[in-house]
Design a protein around this ligand. Structure first.
Ligand code: NOJ
Length: 736
């Protein structure tokens, strides 16, 4: 209440002029934020400072009521604003005004390879968060997709740190213009859900700095994210939420982060460590393990009374709480107390349009022998098979579950495009989305659904298969990883049987992860769709019918077999880790810096579909790349330029990718690494020149013995490609 009154009064300028002159410094918006923070801090009691540092409900933390400093309201995140919860437990509050636009999940956003869309996405989801009076939106997630079994990859932005960073920065910048803080998560190395609470990750500094940290660093330094979420897992024997090296040394020390570190829910384990090692706001703990959550007292959190008492006893310096309070006050001034923030809006036509634009550009055409697009004028006997054609995919998945105001399903949209005569067969059934367990569907039901689909397929002109994964436990859901790399529920057999009776089969699967495709050679056309949110149906129908030309590119590799992925190559110690009695699960990232395409390339293990791959209904021809200079000096920049022409019959978008190869280096390096990309739009016959600037920074690797980024003199290649393996032109230059 106080929040509303104070902000409203200030915003409306209702305070009389004389009163304004007397405004305390912390309320005076003309004063620099640091002065306001210090002023507020100087007025606070120790108890008030400690009260800032922990939750007061499931999704809020306290302000300073006496001073009119509002509380902080948080919400998941990351691809929409989650429904409201009860104050004290995990039951939805059942409000009637909290349904939202479901934006495409972040893997889909990454698959657009379009930072402008990322900005539009951040702006739109930020407006929804603002309208719902949220101060922190819990996202984006920028953990690297290390293994396709990770149940949460769909919430992240793929396997490449450059792509993830490039897409995260505009999202954060535009989101925060709404006075809503991004909370970049999960910091760090939370790359699997199995044993997420205590798996202890060992990773080399090279892999840490080159692969797992860069997107976080850019989110903080370029995106200027106002908050970061500490992850559940352990790194070097210390939980991430109070990990001295991650939070004190790297996040604050090396990167200069001035926002607030928020714990993941229940990820705090120790008062002293949390006090000393950089955590600011503790959320979601249930420390005594006895009380039910709704009876649980927030005062017993690690950063609540136990912290206060330890400070009073002199066991922890008071300066620790001053530092935390500063970070939290800064956050509050930027968000809840920002009187310039806009009003926000929910489920507007603009948000639906933005969600659709992202969704359309995210869909990846993996393979096409000419069957696609399916011209609606030519097909009137269409069969759709697959549960995902009708399933509400915003349900499930854990904390990213959203209450959709609308979900336009693929089947509805395909019927709108091809007429109401479109037939549908479920083909398989998976049960309701439960957290951590699965509903078992009896075999008789599954068999009859399978047979029905195959029978109907015999009579159809064309079959559109819409299956894949969903947000059930052990699929793509928080707290569990997938159990297998193949598609579940006998879908491989179903696809094989469908294509055996009807060769006109389009597979248009939905997932946030790669999966095996034993049927890949038999199926003539394959589209990869994602959790595309509210506009999933219309977006898929537009691409299938050719109304929209697909332009998505894979943000991660699709290995042929799970063993072809670097994390899985080394067996259990590398994934999921090995349980050691008394020490918990221990894990070593033995593939080191060779994650995703870096592994496939370097070990010469071709992926089924490589990172960066994605076809179009038109064709693009790349000319010869040219360099502005064949030599780069220390501070110099060189430019590589390549002409690209649309040689087909329809408008299309192409993502031109720049990879750099260091021909010889003192430490092992990947064959190539993504260092730039541009998404261009070309009409048939149109040509454009695409240029990239290359600087010494693009040539560097992290030398862990010196703890320094180094560009070694020598020869480099700039490779211009339509994917990480489809390199169209290469030029060489030297660096001295
Ligand atoms: C746990 C999840 O890991 C995190 O991403 C989420 O924001 C919180 N729960 C709150 O729901």
């Amino acid at each position: 209440m106080q929040k509303i009154i104070l902000s409203a009064v200030l915003a409306a300028g209702l305070l009389p002029v004389s009163a304004r002159a007397d405004l305390p410094v912390y309320l005076d918006r003309s004063k620099p934020i640091e002065e306001r923070v210090e002023d507020a801090l100087s007025r606070m009691t120790l108890e008030e400072k400690v009260a800032l540092c922990h939750a007061q409900s499931k999704f809020s933390s306290a302000g300073v009521r006496r001073l009119g400093i509002p509380e902080v309201w948080l919400s998941d995140g990351p691809h929409g604003v989650r429904a409201e919860f009860n104050w004290d437990n995990w039951d939805y509050a059942n409000w009637t005004n909290d349904s939202c636009t479901v934006f495409p999940a972040l893997t889909a956003l990454a698959a657009t390879w379009n930072p402008e869309l990322s900005a539009l996405y951040g702006k739109s989801v930020g407006e929804e968060a603002r309208y719902r009076e949220k101060d922190i939106l819990l996202g984006p997630g920028v953990n690297i997709s290390r293994t396709p079994l990770n149940g949460r990859n769909f919430e992240y932005m793929g396997e490449d740190p450059y792509l993830a960073g490039e897409m995260a920065v505009p999202y954060i910048q535009e989101l925060q213009k709404n006075g809503v803080a991004a909370c970049v998560k999960h910091f760090a190395l939370n790359n699997q859900e199995k044993w997420r609470d205590n798996v202890n990750v060992k990773v080399s500094d090279r892999a840490l700095y080159e692969i797992y940290l860069p997107a976080f660093k850019r989110a903080v330094q370029e995106g200027k994210a106002w908050s970061v979420m500490g992850a559940y897992n352990r790194v070097w024997d210390e939980h991430c939420c109070h990990n001295a090296r991650l939070l004190n040394d790297i996040l604050r020390g090396e990167w200069g982060f001035d926002g607030a570190v928020v714990s993941d829910w229940g990820a705090t384990h120790d008062t002293k460590q949390a006090a000393l090692n950089g955590l600011d706001i503790e959320m979601g703990s249930y420390t005594d393990g006895l009380a039910t959550e709704s009876m649980y007292g927030y005062d017993a959190f690690y950063l609540a009374t136990p912290y206060l008492e330890m400070i009073k006893r002199g066991e922890i310096p008071e300066s620790t709480v001053d530092d935390k309070a500063r970070n939290i006050l800064r956050l509050i001034f930027r968000t809840a107390m920002n009187t310039d923030k806009p009003f926000g809006s929910m489920t507007t036509p603009e948000h639906y349009a933005a969600a659709k634009q992202v969704a359309v550009e995210a869909i990846v055409l993996l393979k096409n022998n000419g069957l696609l697009p399916l011209d609606p004028a030519k097909y009137d006997n269409v069969l759709v098979v697959g549960e995902n054609a009708v399933r509400i995919l915003s349900d499930g998945g854990g904390s990213s579950e959203l209450k959709a105001k609308d979900m336009f399903t693929p089947l509805e949209a395909i019927r709108e495009t091809y007429g109401n005569g479109v037939k549908f067969a479920e083909g398989y059934r998976t049960g309701r989305p439960f957290f951590g367990w699965e509903e078992i569907i009896p075999d008789e039901i599954l068999d009859s659904l399978h047979n029905e689909a195959v029978e109907l397929a015999k009579k159809a002109d064309v079959v559109i298969y819409i299956g894949g994964l969903n947000k059930n436990g052990f699929q793509e859901c928080e707290s569990t990883d997938r159990r297998e790399y193949n598609l579940p529920w006998n879908q491989d057999k179903l696809i094989e049987d469908l294509v055996a009776v009807n060769p006109n089969l389009v597979v248009a699967n939905i997932s946030g992860n790669a999966y095996a495709m034993p049927w890949v050679d038999k199926v003539p056309a394959i589209l990869q769709s994602w959790y595309l949110g509210t506009m999933i149906g219309p977006s898929m129908a537009d691409v299938i019918s050719g109304k929209a030309n697909p332009s998505g590119k894979l943000p991660f590799s699709f290995p042929k077999r799970l063993e072809d992925n670097g994390a899985h190559h080394f067996g259990e110690i590398s994934y999921p880790g090995i349980e050691i009695p008394g020490k918990g699960p221990q894990q070593e990232y033995l593939e080191d810096i060779f994650v995703g395409y870096r592994w496939h390339d370097t070990k010469k293990i071709p992926a089924l579909f490589p990172f960066g791959h994605g076809l179009s209904y038109t064709t693009f021809k790349y000319g010869k790349a040219a360099l502005s200079s064949k030599e780069m000096s220390d501070n110099g920049t060189i430019t590589v330029t390549v002409p690209v022409i649309n040689t087909g019959d329809v408008d299309g978008k192409e993502t031109v990718q720049l990879y750099i190869q260091d021909e010889k280096s003192s430490l092992p390096r990947p064959v190539k690494e993504l260092k730039g990309f541009r998404k261009i739009h070309l009409a048939p016959g149109q040509t454009t020149e695409v240029s990239f600037s290359i600087t010494p920074d693009d040539l560097k690797f992290f030398d862990d013995s010196k703890h320094e980024w180094i560009a070694e003199p020598g020869k480099f290649k700039a490779m211009i490609g339509a994917s990480s393996t489809d390199i169209r032109s290469t030029v060489r230059f030297s660096y001295k």
